[in-house]
Ligand binder design. Structure first.
Ligand SMILES: [Zn+2]
Length: 78
């Protein structure tokens, strides 16, 4: 998942992008964090996903929290 401007065609396949939701997951080594209902821009053709800078920093914050709590599985919803 990458950050990208929401305008313009998909840089991967040239398809149309649409607003949607995605699930973000990250492996911290000792455990995993899963964030559901993440607002994202999704390519209708190839399924490539992008998230905005604000969402990215929110995810970063959640991952930091999970890292500190050291829970093996953290599932949250945005
Ligand atoms: Zn695409």
């Amino acid at each position: 998942m990458k950050e990208s401007p929401t305008n313009g065609p998909c840089p991967v396949c040239g398809g149309r992008k649409t607003a949607g939701k995605t699930t973000y997951s990250v492996d911290l080594g000792f455990g995993v964090v899963v964030v559901r209902n993440v607002p994202a821009t999704v390519c209708r053709q190839c399924g490539e996903e992008w998230i905005g800078a604000e969402i990215a920093s929110e995810l970063e914050r959640l991952v930091d929290e999970a890292r500190q709590s050291r829970r093996q599985v953290e599932v949250v919803s945005l």
